[in-house]
Design a protein around this ligand. Structure first.
Ligand code: ATP
Length: 336
């Protein structure tokens, strides 16, 4: 199976080709970089509009160059695209591009949930059977595990996503987007100061800690100390709930997904927690953690093989598409 994937939920205009036989993933991405502030939905959509044709063309060229079938055969079996969750104006551009491409190539269309793709690329990379997944991305933060045909949300943020929370603090101190890597860098020079830590059962909240971080900064606490403490508390919260999710499900596998998963301190905390309870931990390579079309193409291939294709008239996008809305039909019986 060969799939052309297109991603465009927020900042990454990305296209990929996945070949299931060789497991090769080719990715071409073009990132939107705001001049100031955070992601502006209208500007992000303009970027999508400008960048999608080129990344798709590059991926298509790769698909054609590596296709060894007859020349009149399409170079891929299907086009997969991110249906949501994400910014509506961006999603609509990607949906339109995917529909047009599937029509012009005369191949099937597969609609992929972006958060399930973040999870599945980890499961695929690790070759895990039944992991718990921590999705730590810009606009989301949740724990997922499979049960009775769906990925269930075991715990989630009660307010903003984890990356967005960090980016709000860095915007406040005047650093450019994205803030996560800058906080990680500054934290290496910092010491712990007290900040809120909010876990309620399986859910967690970032709004209190973000206000307190801004307040501490205004009160003259060195920004390095605020960054260090932010990371310790925010990632500590995510690690605590991940451990509880492993304990609840009895799973001994944890995968990490999403752009914040590129953070070395978060990975270290999760790894240590997993080590202590004898669980296996896997974070996919960075190109599969941040938004990318590779993960859309890989899950697209699994869905295509399971017969999960979309008719044109039901291929609308959904900015609020939740992972537990997706019937999971592509896992083998052995996996349960
Ligand atoms: P979603 O997948 O929920 O739609 P998204 O589209 O914002 O999220 P991602 O690529 O998953 O995108 O994540 C981007 C986020 O990752 C940004 O908020 C950025 O600050 C954060 N990030 C990137 N690198 C790091 C890092 N090293 N440490 C912490 N956060 C990071």
């Amino acid at each position: 199976t060969r799939i052309l994937g297109i991603e465009g939920t927020a900042w990454a205009a990305s296209a990929a080709v996945y070949d299931a036989e060789t497991d090769d993933v080719f990715i071409e991405s073009d990132a939107y970089q705001p001049d100031s502030g955070g992601i502006h939905p209208r500007e992000a959509a303009e970027h999508m509009h400008d960048a999608i044709p080129q990344v798709v063309e590059t991926a298509l060229e790769h698909a054609r160059a590596t296709h060894d079938g007859p020349a009149d055969e399409p170079p891929v079996d299907a086009v997969a695209f991110s249906r949501g969750p994400g910014l509506g104006p961006c999603l609509r551009i990607v949906g339109t591009a995917a529909r047009a491409l599937s029509q012009s190539l005369s191949v099937a269309l597969v609609g992929v949930n972006h958060m399930v793709a973040h999870l599945e690329i980890g499961r695929h990379s690790a070759d895990f059977t039944d992991p718990v997944c921590l999705n730590a991305s810009g606009a989301n933060a949740h724990l997922l595990a499979y049960r009775n045909g769906r990925y269930r949300v075991l715990g989630e943020t009660m307010d903003t996503g984890v990356g967005n929370a960090i980016d709000k603090f860095t915007r406040y101190v005047g650093w450019t987007h994205p803030g996560g890597p800058k906080v990680e860098q500054a934290a290496t020079e910092g010491e712990y100061v007290d900040l809120p830590y909010v876990v309620k059962g399986m859910d967690f909240s970032f709004s209190g800690i973000m206000s307190a971080a801004k307040q501490a900064y205004d009160d003259g606490t060195p920004v390095e100390d605020v960054c260090y403490s932010l990371q310790e508390n925010v990632f500590g919260m995510l690690t605590e709930v991940s451990e509880r999710a492993l304990s609840l499900t009895g799973s001994d596998e944890l995968v990490l997904g999403g752009g914040v998963g590129q953070n070395a301190r978060l990975r270290e905390m999760l790894e240590e927690m997993c080590d202590q309870r004898g669980a296996a931990f896997c974070a996919p390579e960075p190109r599969f953690l941040r938004d990318n079309a590779g993960m859309i193409a890989v899950l697209g291939a699994k869905m295509y093989d399971a017969g999960e294709t979309l008719a044109l008239e039901e291929s609308h996008v959904d900015p609020n598409f939740r992972p537990d809305q997706v019937p999971v039909t592509w896992r083998t019986r052995r996996e349960g």
